[in-house]
Write a protein of this length. Sequence first.
Length: 103
Amino acid sequence: MVIEIARFQVAPEQQKGFFDAFADVKAYVEKAEGYQSHIISQEIEDPSRISLMVKWRSYEDHVDLFEPSEAHEIFINALMPFFQGEVEVFHFNTAPASIGGEK
């Protein structure tokens, strides 16, 4: 399993519009091949930063199947008017990580 974290900067006066738009298009992600679940939330330290965390069956399901799809284009285009700056996207493997220094 892989967790995608996408971080958005959204001005306070734009947040209602952003969350309304997300509610309108979240089904495009939910119906994607390999989608398992998601959480969207504002940061406590900086509420203008919003993170979308999506659990995917695999990295390929997100990057190779969903990102180049028409569904992704519709999804992201609905949200783009609300972003300030670049969107940051990270992927994490849910398998246990190796910790340096162990023998």
